[in-house]
Design a protein around this ligand. Structure first.
Ligand code: ADP
Ligand code: MG
Length: 721
């Protein structure tokens, strides 16, 4: 194979002539069937009805559905759509869609465009090939999709095809959730109910609904497509399985927040333009720490929409990337030795008037509210750290968590100095002393006045309070955010209810009762609070003393989804039935094993069909050259060169032996049917063998003539773009 000429990649530019830029506000959301469009296209009473259905999770009658469907179709046709698709999120982690044309035959030779309320509201994809984790086997049911009225339908353009996409939930005929959206919607309701009840107790009567809000910060890598297609590992597994570290990595810190290269900025521009049309408020873009690594962060939104939008962001980046001849890598750790990508999931709760419940307020009354919600969140994370950890357990994320660049697998909470001191004082029953800056005791009670403290930042914490929201930093870049959000909503609902009951049990002075309960809670959840450096060995030891779980790998983490505690939690809040939870546990274990199996095969294939042949060719050339040289020069000292040849020969042998070992081990694993056993086998046996192969290959790479090396190297992929 010929090496790629680097200048081609370096000089590739994307510059189609653009007419003058138009302001984002003038086209934001133009490809979504949003409130504005509905108000415009629907009869007033129907529009009102739809709004109330969205607000109250109400029932959509067929007559209303028919009117909405008609308006939606007319609008979609104006946009050039020929097809509609129920867009859903099966448990594969990516989105799925099945397209149908808007046509209905009338008579023999003619069709008309038609879209009925029934087609809008419900679909029946023959989706029996999606993973169900045993649900279908148990219930013999096919799945169907149901319109999610809370997330706007949108237009998706793909090449010359235009499709109306309708966000839907995917459910079995017996009512089990087969997707990631349904549990999220249920958890949103659970946390809303519990929060509303709590707010009432605290004297916020009129609040009728509370929204979970999410702001995912998406990290990713971008490399030239030529390099991507030359690497089987990237194409098939999303990450490189071999490759020696480049001479320069990220040590000069010259990439982070640096000026964005023209080619990348054009790409970002086009991604954002697409996203704005789809109503995704993509606000922030910047270079990340590693070479060729970037971030895109939309403004936070209501959880369900934010979760859909994150899927749209990932899809859009990949498809726009293709137009720019760029491969967008979402894998958590595409390059060993180089920083990985995560998805900081910012999470908060907001009442129906838009007040952020995790915003420290200006008055003691507001602060009591803040303290209750803060306490509930910390309590929840302390109790269910294991489930939260399991929610981010994937084979890809195993390479990132705890690698001194991402939070460790120990889930702790960072609060910053100010809040820590306040909680400390509350626990000790002390009135908070006034400081020059933020904390002033009004003297009315022990309630401190808090202020936002944005200066406190701890990048090593997996769950950090950052001023007015929590930031869960362990989510993988490639993952759907919906399960982590589902877990957060559910565990906080439970904590709020428990705190509610305790306050209720303490008599009529609510404020006093609240402070007492908070004091108790603090003394219980204290072990989870940690403001120090999460990367140190000392913290690992300290966390063990505090009995915080430390599930370093997915196979250690995932069984936390299979405990009585988890079952009880999700069942109580009607988020996941025991069967639904079990199915997710099985699917995730199975997926973990499959991922590693595919990686092991891709690695063997690359090594045997590309690396070893190249190395042998070079070995042959060297041997011949040595022989010829000896013939010509006779007495020349060829010892150093012979040594090099010996090293080369030794490495090739080591690679061959270890690949054989890996293949044999893989065959052994074929017969394993228990998912946990198989996943463990992959983790404990296959992964170390893969690493062994890799080590020799990476050692070999710099020894072999560059022209003969058959795949793009790290320095090329990361620096030529
Ligand atoms: P960074 O982590 O890059 O320093 P921030 O911590 O300010 O930046 O995070 C910004 C992210 O937090 C954005 O995605 C933003 O939408 C999100 N965010 C801000 N407020 C909230 C909130 N109330 N709920 C959820 N996400 C929020
Ligand atoms: Mg952040």
């Amino acid at each position: 194979m010929k090496r790629i000429n680097p200048t081609i990649a370096a000089e590739r530019k994307y510059s189609i002539e653009k007419e003058k830029e138009i302001p984002i506000s003038s086209y934001f959301g133009e490809d979504t069937f949003n409130y504005r469009v509905m108000e415009d296209k629907l009869p007033k009473d129907v529009f009102k009805k739809v709004l109330s259905i969205i607000e109250s999770n109400g029932y959509l009658d067929l007559e209303t559905a028919n009117i909405v469907a008609h308006a939606m179709k007319e609008w979609a046709l104006e946009k050039g759509a020929t097809h509609f698709a129920h867009w859903f999120q099966p448990m594969t982690g990516v989105t799925a869609e099945k397209h149908d044309a808007f046509i209905e035959p009338i008579g023999r030779d003619e069709v008309i465009e038609r879209f009925s309320g029934k087609q809008l509201a419900q679909g029946e994809p023959d989706a029996s090939s999606f993973p169900s984790g045993g649900i279908r086997a148990t219930f013999e049911a096919r799945g169907y999709t149901v319109w999610d009225v809370t997330s706007p339908a949108f237009i998706r353009r793909n090449g010359i095809a235009t499709t109306l996409c309708i966000p839907t939930a995917f459910i079995s005929y017996t009512g089990e959730a087969l997707d990631k959206k349904t549990p999220l919607l249920r958890s949103i309701k659970a946390v809303s109910d519990s929060a509303v009840r709590m707010l009432k107790l605290l004297g916020n009567g009129p609040v009728t609904k509370v929204f979970a809000t999410l702001g995912p910060e998406q990290e990713y890598f971008c490399i030239d497509m030529d390099y991507y297609y030359k690497r089987q590992d990237l194409v098939l597994t999303g990450r490189t399985l071999i490759g020696a570290p480049p001479a320069k990595g990220q040590e000069l810190e010259d990439q982070y927040f640096g000026s964005i290269r023209e080619r990348i900025q054009s790409f970002m521009h086009d991604v954002e333009e697409e996203l704005y049309k789809l109503g995704v408020p993509a606000k922030t873009r910047h270079n990340e720490v590693a070479p060729s690594q970037f971030e895109i962060a939309p403004v936070f939104e209501e959880a369900n929409v934010a979760s859909d939008h994150n899927q749209i962001v990932m899809d859009t980046m990949k498809s726009v990337g293709r137009n720019h001849h760029l491969a967008v890598l979402l894998a958590e750790k595409p390059f060993a030795g180089i920083n990985g990508s995560g998805k900081h999931l910012n999470w908060s709760l907001s009442d129906s008037d838009g007040n952020n419940l995790l915003n420290p307020g200006d008055t003691p009354h507001e602060n009591i509210k803040f303290l209750v919600f803060l306490t509930a969140t910390i309590k929840a994370v302390y109790r269910h750290a294991d489930i939260l950890r399991a929610s981010v357990a994937t084979s890809g994320n195993d390479h990132r968590l705890g690698a001194n660049e991402a939070p460790p697998a120990i889930i702790s909470v960072f609060l910053g100095d100010q809040l820590t001191k306040i909680l400390d004082d509350i626990e000790k029953g002390k009135a908070t002393a006034a400081t020059d800056k933020a904390i002033i005791d009004l003297g009315i009670s022990v309630l401190p006045v808090l202020s936002k403290d944005n200066t406190d930042r701890n990048r090593t914490s997996p769950f950090a309070f950052t001023g007015n929201k929590f930031e869960f930093r362990a989510v993988g870049s490639n993952q759907s955010i919906s399960f982590s959000a589902t877990v957060l909503n559910t565990i906080v609902a439970e904590a709020l209810d428990e705190i509610y009951d305790k306050i209720k049990g303490k008599g009529s002075d609510v404020n006093k009762a609240v402070m007492e309960v908070i004091r108790q809670e603090i003394s219980e959840f204290k072990p989870v609070l940690f403001n120090g450096d999460n990367y140190t060995k000392e913290w690992e030891e300290e966390a063990a003393k505090r009995k915080l779980p430390n599930h370093k790998t997915s196979v250690e983490a995932l069984p936390s989804l299979d405990t009585e505690k988890a079952k009880g939690l999700f069942e109580k809040y009607k988020v996941l039935s025991p069967v639904e939870l079990k199915s997710r546990y099985h699917i995730r274990l199975e997926r973990y094993a499959k991922d590693i199996d595919i990686e092991a095969k891709a690695l063997s294939n690359m090594v045997t069909s590309q690396i070893i042949p190249a190395a042998l060719r070079f070995q042959g050339e060297m041997a011949k050259s040595l022989k010829d040289t000896a013939k010509v020069l006779g007495d020349a000292d060829l010892a150093p060169q012979k040594k090099l040849l010996g090293t080369l020969c030794g490495l090739i042998g080591a690679i061959e032996t270890s690949v054989e070992e890996l293949k044999t081990a893989q065959e052994k694993g074929i017969g394993m049917h228990d998912e946990l056993e198989k996943a463990k086998y992959c983790n404990d046996t296959l992964k170390p063998l893969m690493l062994k192969v890799r080590q020799s290959v990476d050692e070999l790479e710099p020894l072999v003539c560059d022209e003969l090396w058959p795949i793009p190297k790290f320095w090329e992929m990361l620096f030529i773009c």
